[in-house]
Design a protein around this ligand. Structure first.
Ligand code: SAM
Length: 370
């Protein structure tokens, strides 16, 4: 794997399947092309006020992720009479009763420790990058657009292949790490624009827009329209996410129990989330439905599996890089992570983490002819 920062601590043991799920070219049949595209430039939500100010995507994410799961710690409603530490009900984008955390924009939470994020997170499979480029069929030296580039975990893979990348990243601290990483690259050309994608003005149209682990942070009221505005007719969109799983069930159970002991819920979409992930595939997946409803055609969904071995500290660093853990009050987070580290060390000091990378592809309709 290409995770240089955590080298020595994280070993890619094995790269396995690419499950190529071409579920049928249903795009055109699914939804008519919506015609001329207005490019909205105003946000429909505020990032600064407290309370229910999360953008609609985030509110939807909260709702979806807070469905109780049978047999999981999340399924137990906190009892008011319960003794011990207070239950922290996990809210990915705000913690009730914690005004300072709620008031801060949840989407800048990764920038609070950008170097830690960069060192802890794995990158993306080489085959995925190759598949995206093949699907996009770009002309030589044609620039591509990356939304929510963060510290460049995906950027460097494209740039190293000589692809010029324009990155849109709103967090100045994440962009700082990205700039540092890209300065070391000899080929490709990376341009960094510190901006929200919702309000950013493209100066050209691109043959490919890709987004790694960040599309859910973009306002769903405008993200698809803005993506179409940024792409040429027939231009490709590629959205991907890593899903993490601990291979050892016994270790997973012991680490999950730590959360219950400290009254903390396992944050959704993190290593110990007991739900099946990615829960829905192909036409069943929300991204697929949203993409086709927004007029994108030739939808495709592919899964890539890899396995990494992590030391105790590399495993705890991964957990600590999730927004859901960063959003916890510092004391609760520290107690949970310390006890988890103890258990991993007792377990032999190493753990195998399976990563399933889920990729959605589509393209804008071709230009009308005649
Ligand atoms: C989980 S990180 C993913 C970073 C990187 N793409 C990766 O794969 O590691 C989510 C990123 O989305 C960025 N982000 C959040 N809101 C955004 C917005 N409105 N427009 C563009 N990027 C955004 C965050 O600053 C953060 O860098």
């Amino acid at each position: 794997m290409h995770d240089k920062a955590a080298a020595g601590e994280v070993t890619a043991v094995q790269h396995t399947d690419v499950i190529h799920a071409l579920f049928g070219l249903i795009g055109n049949a699914c939804s008519p092309s919506p015609g001329p595209i207005p490019c909205p430039v105003t946000r429909t939500w505020s990032t600064t006020s407290a309370g229910s100010t999360a953008p609609p995507a985030m509110q939807q994410h909260v709702r979806e992720n807070q469905r109780p799961v049978a047999g999981s710690v999340r399924s137990k409603a906190p009892s008011p009479a319960r003794r011990g530490p207070p239950t922290v009900v996990f809210m990915p984008y705000g913690i009730p009763g914690n005004e300072s955390a709620s008031a801060r924009s949840r989407r800048h939470i990764f920038g609070d420790d950008a170097d830690q994020y960069d060192a802890a997170r794995p990158g993306y499979p080489h085959q995925l990058v190759q598949d995206i480029l093949e699907f996009s069929a770009l002309a030589a030296d044609e620039p591509v657009l990356e939304v929510g580039a963060g510290t460049g975990k995906a950027t460097v893979d494209f740039a190293r292949l000589g692809v010029p990348v324009t990155c849109v990243e709103p967090d100045v601290r994440m962009a700082g790490v990205l700039r540092r990483r890209c300065a070391q690259l000899s080929d490709g050309g990376v341009t960094i624009e510190v901006a929200d994608f919702e309000t950013w003005h493209p100066r050209r149209r691109y043959g490919l827009l890709y987004c790694a682990q960040a599309w859910h942070w973009i306002d769903p009221a405008v993200r698809w329209t803005r993506a179409r505005c940024a792409l040429v007719p027939g231009g490709a969109i590629a959205l991907f996410w890593n899903h993490w799983f601990l291979e050892c069930g016994e270790l997973a159970d012991r680490l999950t129990a730590v959360h219950a002991r400290h009254g903390v819920e396992v944050p959704p979409d993190t290593l110990l989330d007991p739900r099946p992930r990615p829960a829905r595939r192909g036409p069943e997946a929300r991204q697929w439905r949203d993409m086709t409803a927004a007029g994108f055609v030739e939808p495709d969904h592919r899964l890539y599996t890899s396995v990494h071995e992590r030391s105790t500290s590399a495993l705890i660093d991964l957990v600590n890089s999730y927004g859901g853990y960063r959003a916890l009050p510092a004391g609760a987070r520290e107690r949970v992570l310390n006890e988890m580290a103890h258990i991993v060390a007792e377990h032999g000091g190493r753990a195998r983490v399976k990563v399933i990378t889920s990729l959605f592809l589509g393209r804008t309709p071709p230009a009308a002819t005649g």
